[in-house]
Design a protein around this ligand. Structure first.
Ligand code: 13P
Length: 249
């Protein structure tokens, strides 16, 4: 039985003071879940978030990472830097990074390898645009993204990789994929991983992301191949995000 991982992605929201306020309330609200709870916060909030998550079941992650260990890469943060301060998770290849910052399947693959080599738990994002969905190429596009992201990984590494299926048209739009449509793509992703790496596919956590809210979380997370979610806007409010985490209560 795969464990569910429910992660918040704050994107470019909240400063350390906002983070402290959030963390004063949130851990208490989710302390009874047996699922994995993660908050992926801006770099400047990592320290505050980790300090206040200590001794709770809330795990902290970053939203991006560079694949080189160190060097002349102004503005970037490396895997070892994140690891050294105790960060546990990292989002890789979010569609906003692919869209606005030239993130490619190749850089996603490099970042994923660097994260795994240093023991950071990666959440790799994939997902189609509305045009691609309407053109009927969702399966082809998403499974290709998955294949290129995982290229060169060992089975053991694949088992440690979380995939977040986030249809771009559902992100921040209030439009959620139906639970059936979301699950169908997650099934395709798992099939692709099975074709490439074998039975380890059964262990891979596949999340859904895109307008997840407390009102739709139970239905989405109840599907056969959706193992939790990556939550944007609704993760900014401790009450609302805790309701998503506690979807089965
Ligand atoms: P929303 O939940 O705001 O649609 O964002 C989803 C997302 O991009 C999470 O990474």
């Amino acid at each position: 039985m795969r464990r569910k991982v429910i992660a918040g992605n704050w994107k470019m929201n909240k400063n350390p003071m906002d983070t402290a306020k959030f963390m004063e309330a949130f851990p208490e609200l989710v302390k009874d879940t047996s699922d994995e709870v993660v908050l992926c916060v801006p770099y400047i909030d990592l320290f505050k978030a980790m300090e206040m998550a200590a001794g709770t079941n809330v795990k902290i992650g970053a939203q991006n990472v560079h694949y080189e260990e160190k060097g002349a890469y102004t503005g970037e943060v490396s895997v070892t830097m994140l690891k050294d301060i105790g960060v546990e998770y990292v989002i890789i290849g979010h569609s906003e990074r692919r869209q606005y910052y030239n993130e490619t399947d190749e850089s996603v693959n490099k970042k994923l390898k660097a994260a795994l080599a240093n023991g950071l738990k990666p959440i790799v994002c994939v997902g189609e645009t509305l045009e691609q969905r309407e053109a009927g190429i969702t399966k082809d596009f998403v499974t290709t993204q998955v294949r290129l992201a995982l290229e060169g990984l060992s089975n053991k590494e694949v088992a440690k990789t979380i995939i977040a299926y986030e249809p771009i048209w559902a992100i921040g739009t209030g439009k959620t994929a139906s639970a059936q449509d979301a699950n169908e793509v997650c099934v395709w992703v798992r099939e692709e991983i099975r074709n490439l790496f074998g039975d380890v596919a059964e262990e891979v956590i596949i999340q859904y992301g895109g307008s997840v809210k407390s009102s739709n979380a139970a239905e989405l997370f109840g599907m056969s191949d959706i193992d939790g979610g990556l939550v944007g806007g609704a993760s900014l409010d401790p009450e609302e995000f805790s309701k998503i985490v506690n979807y089965n209560k």
